[in-house]
Design a protein around this ligand. Structure first.
Ligand code: PEP
Length: 242
């Protein structure tokens, strides 16, 4: 399977900047690697129209109704949306999302036919007290509890150590590989028919100058990228297109 690079633009870029990025990106993108983009939700249509697989950065656990401010996975799928990022550490940190309450969103989005990129990762304090693998295990088992195997095939996991997001600190390839191998083993136990083939992305200060050594690791299938996805030339470099 091709390596997958996912741009998480967070709450950045206006409409003009989205269009400029897409033009520059498409002019040089060779599709050697897969590339997906999650803009602010008000601009998803611009990405969908460009033909680049488009994603949300969050969605509701509900499908429709009186839920002011929420975005529906069903509506997004109907407009040819492709994926949703769930459980990003910023959502966990600032919006009280937990693996337990994310489980409902994961189920809804998968049921509606979206690919779910489920984010997990430990804090610095958890790493320093040797809890990394138990935290990751809990996040997997709580967030992905009780999914049907058929729906779960549309899962992608993103390992994002919280201490590496937007800080310039990257996990070493060996640190990332150790956790990715653990995630793959847990997924294989949980979903015996396909769990070992699930794509597992690394996120946390991925940049053009460290991407190749990260992607060279056996269990790193791609990257979820914040800062370095904002400039088309950097994102192209991550996609292997200089
Ligand atoms: C992210 O927000 O998912 C992320 C990994 O950000 P950055 O690449 O800026 O560390």
């Amino acid at each position: 399977m091709k390596k997958l690079l996912v741009a998480n633009w967070k709450m950045n870029k206006n409409g003009k900047e989205c269009l400029e990025f897409i033009d520059s990106f498409k002019a040089k993108f060779s599709a050697k690697r897969d590339a997906w983009i999650a803009p602010q939700s008000v601009f998803v249509k611009l990405v969908i129209n460009s033909g680049v697989p488009a994603g949300l950065q969050n969605c509701s656990e509900f499908i429709h109704g009186a839920y002011t401010g929420e975005v529906s996975a069903r509506t997004f799928k109907e407009m040819d949306g492709h994926f949703v990022i769930l459980g990003h550490s910023e959502r966990r940190q600032y919006f009280q999302e937990t693996s337990k309450n994310l489980n409902a969103k994961v189920k809804t989005a998968l049921k509606e036919g979206l690919v779910v990129i489920y984010c997990i990762g430990e804090t610095l304090a958890e790493r320093e007290s040797n809890q990394t693998l138990s935290i990751i295990g809990d996040q997997i088992h709580q967030g992905l509890n009780d999914l049907s195997e058929a729906h779960a095939e549309n899962l992608v996991l993103a390992y994002e150590p919280v201490w590496a997001i937007g800080t310039g600190k990257t996990a070493t390839p060996a640190q990332a590989q150790e956790v990715h191998a653990f995630i793959r083993a847990e997924m294989a136990k949980k979903f015996p028919s396909f769990g070992d083939k699930v794509r597992i992305l690394y996120g946390g200060s991925v940049k053009p100058d460290n991407v190749e050594e990260l992607l060279a690791q056996k269990d790193i299938d791609g990257g979820l990228v914040g800062g370095a996805s904002l400039k088309a030339s950097d994102f192209l470099a991550l996609c292997g297109d200089k």
